[in-house]
Design a protein around this ligand. Sequence first.
Ligand code: DX5
Ligand code: ZN
Length: 219
Amino acid sequence: MNHLIAPSVLAADFANLQRDIELINNSEADWFHVDIMDGVFVPNISFGFPVVESIARHATKPLDVHLMITDPDRYLETFKNAGATNITVHYEACTHLHRTIDAIKKMGCTAGVALNPHTPISLLEDIIEDVDLVLVMSVNPGFGGQKFIKHTYQKLHTLKALAAGRNDSLYIEVDGGVNLTNATSLVKAGANVLVAGNFVFSSDNPMKTINSLKELDPF
Ligand code: DX5
Ligand code: ZN
């Protein structure tokens, strides 16, 4: 599969949200990456349901919702109703991950699991066939604009090997510190969805930056 680009709305200008949503609509981006932080699971608070609903109202592409919250089961349906296409929960936040993944899929969304940088891929051994997406955090979750953690490459290789033959349509998403310097290597290592926040929205021409991430040189 050709890799997908999911610009992170967290790095957009919230006072000009409609402008930035249109920019993503008109770019070669594939998904909107929507980061939800509760101030408990991560040391930061982002935004809640009214903002997700507003994004969904204007977005012409799927909403990839990344829940950095404790006990996400309480809010799955609300996020689905707010417009989520994919819902990703954190491995570290779910006591009954299989049940949570099942609940997401029963609602008609695709279901993802995210791993913090210290959480090994091997813990997915018994759930790999049940998820649509695995999000490999390449920074500690909570903030945009952090430095990429290089150990991520090794995790992507391990994940690709784990999924081979067991879940060949798996989305392998990498999130945190993605830029044009590491994008090609990340895709080579197995990523097929690249999230990018600050690298896109801090650039002079965000649309061009999205398109450059999409059109990586062939390798
Ligand atoms: C971090 C979030 C990321 C973040 C990425 O906790 O999950 O999605 O927005 O931002 P950059 O690309 O700036 O690291
Ligand atoms: Zn994210």
